[in-house]
Design a protein around this ligand. Structure first.
Ligand SMILES: [Zn+2]
Length: 353
């Protein structure tokens, strides 16, 4: 989660000329206010983050999910940087609800694991949940689609009991990957039953299997839910060479999924967030391509000369899919089919499908 991944993305887009045209505008982030963070997190947790961030003794740190040996290390200034990435996603919300743009991309956001009273999985403040809350507070029905390789557990948790927010997470099954949750039977409770949707997939899931599963679930649910706004988490740790997950997407599968999300957001505001992704070249190239989809622009395939060494390739798009043994390909297909059948049987009836 080193910030250099955002710098590579920005610099690649800049060299592609992404910010030169009138259709694109760069907007500065602002820190989220404490009141905004408190729409999702407890005051005690916010205070703990603030005091750990300024060097207080880490006595209770583990209680709040922090440790210097795990996913959530304590570092000086983490409170300010977490406020800034939550605030960036709120700026994205403001841009789209005020009608200044139809889609806003906040690549430092998408920190979907943070819980009300603890940090988790590299995430301190849950900016997707904070952004969704800001939209709901403006009276909007919100659909959230999370295509990160990990289950969007913190966002699911934040809206588990309401039907005002539909959350859909496609991810590598919790049997194989952190955080271990995200099975189809986590469907919401009370008013929210049927409004938390999980699509667990197997290791080695490739573009074709992924896109099939996506098409089976996401467009019909969005059409039936009829959201007023779409929030997406565009983690790209589903990528075949990602070092911490086991899925097998390429630029083609990722971009197609983003195109389908863009279609769903045709006539409603769209807040696009970043997320995971630990192959630095894949992160920069995939998010640059995703930004092209948002602008309705197809970038040329050549990576600008000065970026080629750092990205390890001269091409923006992958040319050949990864080699997957037949046995694994077949197993991932059967896994996806079983998941989709379960979603259709258990969730679709709540949506008249
Ligand atoms: Zn992830």
């Amino acid at each position: 989660m080193r910030p250099v991944r955002l710098r590579y993305t920005y610099e690649l887009l800049d060299s592609l000329g992404a910010f030169r045209g009138p259709e694109s505008v760069l907007v500065d982030p602002r820190p989220a206010t404490e009141a905004e963070v408190m729409t999702v997190h407890t005051q005690r947790y916010i205070e703990a983050v603030r005091s750990l961030s300024s060097g207080a003794s880490p006595q209770d740190a583990a209680w709040y999910g922090f440790s210097n040996s795990g996913d959530n290390p304590i570092y000086l200034g983490m409170y300010e940087s977490a406020l800034l990435s939550a605030g960036a996603s709120l700026v994205a919300v403001e841009q789209v609800v005020d009608g200044r743009v139809s889609v806003a991309f906040s690549p430092s956001g998408g920190l979907h694991h943070a819980m009300p009273a603890s940090a988790s999985g590299f995430c301190v403040f849950n900016d997707p949940a904070i952004a969704i809350r800001a939209l709901v507070d403006r009276g909007l029905r919100v659909a959230y689609v999370d295509i990160d390789a990990h289950h969007g557990d913190g966002v699911q948790e934040a809206f588990y009991t309401t039907d005002a927010v539909l959350t859909i997470s496609l991810h590598e099954s919790g049997r194989y990957l952190f955080p271990g949750t995200g099975s189809v039977d986590e469907m919401g409770t009370g008013q929210g039953v049927g409004y938390s949707v999980n699509v667990p997939l197997a290791p080695y899931t490739d573009d074709d299997v992924y896109l099939w599963a996506f098409q089976e679930v996401v467009p019909p649910l969005l059409q039936s839910f009829r959201p007023d706004a779409l929030v997406t988490q565009l983690g790209i740790d589903t990528y075949f060479s990602d070092p911490i997950t086991h899925m097998a997407l390429t630029t083609r599968g990722f971009v197609k999924a983003v195109e389908l999300l863009a279609q769903a957001a045709r006539s409603i505001p769209w807040v696009a967030l970043g997320g995971g992704g630990y192959d630095l070249s894949a992160v920069a190239r995939c998010w640059a391509l995703a930004y092209g989809v948002m602008l309705g622009q197809e970038w040329p395939d050549a990576v600008p000369q000065e970026q080629q060494a750092r990205l390890g390739t001269a091409k923006l798009r992958d040319e050949s899919p990864p080699q997957i043994p037949d046995y694994n390909r077949e197993a991932s297909r059967r896994f996806a089919e079983a998941t989709i059948q379960e979603v259709q049987q258990r969730i679709f009836p709540y949506h008249g499908l």
